[in-house]
Design a protein around this ligand. Structure first.
Ligand code: GUN
Length: 291
């Protein structure tokens, strides 16, 4: 292995600490701390683990965590009414409805109901539109975390060739928009792309978010490329990424491990977005680029 490991765990710890440092000043001005409401419908064990760690991280940053756990059989109308209540609650700066929702619920309608200015997940179409048009809004946490790791490693990304493998609304599409805004030349590839090695050969940056374990092979990469692996695939009880780590690490210049790469950045960025939402809602100035 010649690639440097990108330590997302350590970067995320630093980001969480920077977020926490801003809470006392916010509290001094407003008399309250930023608040994040997380809604978990039902008892899905994986989602319950995520929600618990989000709550814990929120409290550790000195912010308030509001947890709502409607039963799995909650009706669409009841869930929409809960979102309305959170939209109207002045103590709530950020709202996150944990996905996936049970099949009888319409997730799109629920996400559309969230006030875009409290949408710290960045999933509302208004925030997707703000991102592509360059307006201030909220960017989904996982691609935002990937961008921070890339800028930390590479500095100015201007002019670099980037390939995003995956076109989801949560990662691939916003990732491509963020890299475009940073003046990269961006290709969006996906599971149906013909001849993916052809595109990867020129890529200075590869973000793999296609949800297929060991999909991207090392001999497809440009030597020295920076590789961000967003994949979290469970294979025989083990977490694996979308990149064939061993072969990629012998060609890439730097690569994120799975776990310990992108994963820890997602929660850290959620806290960052909540801090930003709180400052914007209260009109308290905050240098967002410094966090
Ligand atoms: N389920 C898995 N990851 C996420 C996330 O980042 N946000 C939400 N709302 N649901 C998820």
């Amino acid at each position: 292995m010649s690639a440097e490991l990108i330590d997302g765990k350590s970067f995320a710890a630093g980001l969480r600490a920077r977020v926490a440092e801003h809470v006392p000043a916010f509290q001094k001005v407003t008399g309250r701390v930023p608040g994040l409401a997380v809604v978990l419908v039902g008892e899905d064990p994986a989602s319950a683990v995520y929600v618990r760690s989000k709550g814990k991280a929120t409290r550790e940053a000195g912010m308030e965590s509001f947890e709502h756990r409607p039963a799995a059989n909650v009706s669409q109308a009841e869930l929409l009414a809960l979102v309305d209540t959170l939209n109207a609650d002045p103590a709530v700066d950020g709202i996150l409805v944990q996905l996936p929702l049970p099949n009888h619920l319409d997730a799109q309608e629920v996400l559309l109901r969230i006030d875009p200015d409290k949408d710290v997940d960045g999933f509302h179409p208004v925030n997707a539109g703000r991102l592509v048009t360059g307006l201030p809004g909220f960017v989904p946490c996982t691609p935002l975390g990937c961008l921070m790791l890339l800028e930390d490693r590479l500095g100015d990304l201007s002019g670099l060739d980037a390939v995003v493998v995956g076109r989801s609304n949560i990662v691939g599409k916003p990732m491509a928009a963020l890299l475009t805004a940073k003046s990269c030349t961006v290709t969006i590839a996906h599971s149906r792309t013909r001849n993916l090695p052809h595109y990867l050969r020129h890529a200075d940056i590869v973000v793999a978010a296609v949800g297929i374990d060991h999909f991207v092979q090392g001999d497809w990469l440009k030597p020295g490329a920076t590789v961000i692996d967003v994949g979290i695939n469970r294979v025989d009880g083990k977490l694996t990424g979308d990149v064939d780590f061993d072969s990629a690490a012998s060609v890439a210049g730097a690569i994120t491990p799975v776990p310990g790469g992108v994963g820890p950045m997602t929660i850290a960025c959620l806290l960052r977005n909540t801090l930003v939402a709180a400052h914007r809602r209260e009109g308290v100035p905050l240098d967002e680029r410094a966090i």
